[in-house]
Design a protein around this ligand. Structure first.
Ligand SMILES: *Cc1c(COP(=O)(O)O)cnc(C)c1O
Length: 293
């Protein structure tokens, strides 16, 4: 597997950050791969190596009909020579994400929301007899996923007072926190849960940590919940993309960057702070959101 990473760090210049005396940077994990972008690439790296080591040739994973993880797995399977099945939550439907999954050769199985809860049971139901089948949890949530993400911190050549990242399952956050701890950095990690009542995210993150760590959860930037948006969020995204030329989307990266800008405006950061935002990829998520714009 050739797994070289291209993810440069770029500065974001604007008047707000100048006025507040902040230097803000973005790590472009979205540039790692056009489809297997961002944290999904990092999360899959060791999962795929584990599958190969066990002679598994068929990746089976799970997701909603707009899941970046399903699409990333479909593309990674095609690129690295695996067969792939996606078990999709809900009634049979068509959309751009699922179209791209199928284009990469993924087989889709739609399942009702009730049976979707028990992923292992679904795997057993369809693939108990397929000894080449390899189970990958929804969102790639796993210790291997966190290990892959922690390598993001190895790549940093500069130090930052803050790192910002969006979280869904918390695997990516755990990986970055692990990297910060391993390198004994004094960087404060800031997690932005994209789901409502995000305080539960602490337990989700902590289950992938090998040692307790301090970090901050900003739980007020979910904009109504997972996949929900508001006109302010959409307006922010339009402005950001037009100002920077960097594509972001409303499910993850838009919420994370909105939080960063909002906290900067509210003097949350000491003047002189250097802040790194992680662009965790996922811009295909825009396709399911076109009507919001
Ligand atoms: C999946 C995803 C996340 C969430 O990652 P977790 O490890 O599940 O917390 C963040 N950003 C983007 C763009 C994603 O696609």
């Amino acid at each position: 597997m050739s797994l070289e990473i291209y993810s440069p760090v770029q500065q974001i210049n604007n008047k707000l950050f100048d006025d507040k005396g902040l230097q803000v940077f973005i790590k472009r994990d979205d540039l790692i791969h056009p489809v297997i972008s961002g944290n999904k690439w990092r999360k899959l790296k060791y999962v795929l190596q584990q599958a190969q080591a066990q002679n598994k040739t068929h990746l089976v994973t799970f997701g909603g009909a707009y899941s970046n993880h399903l699409l990333a797995t479909a593309a990674a399977a095609a690129k690295f020579g695996f067969k792939a099945t996606g078990i999709v939550r809900g009634e049979e439907m068509q959309n751009d994400t699922l179209f791209l999954c199928k284009l990469h050769g993924m087989q889709l199985i739609f399942t009702d929301r009730e049976s979707y809860r028990d992923k292992q049971a679904l795997f057993n139901k369809f693939f108990a007899d397929d000894e080449r089948a390899f189970f990958i949890d929804e969102g790639g949530a796993s210790p291997e996923g966190a290990k892959g993400v922690s390598e993001l911190v190895d790549e940093l050549t500069d130090s930052y007072h803050h790192i910002f990242c969006a979280c869904g399952t918390g695997t990516t956050a755990a990986g970055i926190i692990h990297g910060i701890t391993t390198h004994s950095l004094s960087t404060q990690f800031n997690a932005i849960p994209v789901l409502k009542n995000g305080a539960f995210m602490k337990a989700e993150i902590d289950r992938f940590l090998t040692a307790p760590a301090d970090y901050v959860l900003h739980t007020d930037y979910h904009f109504g919940g997972y996949g929900k948006t508001t006109p302010q969020l959409i307006q922010f995204i339009k402005q950001f993309v037009a100002d920077t030329g960097i594509l972001i989307e409303p499910i993850y990266t838009g919420k994370m960057l909105y939080a960063l800008y909002d906290l900067a405006a509210k003097d949350h950061f000491a003047p002189g702070s250097k802040i790194l935002a992680i662009h965790s990829g996922g811009i295909w998520g825009l396709l399911g959101m076109k009507e919001k714009f």
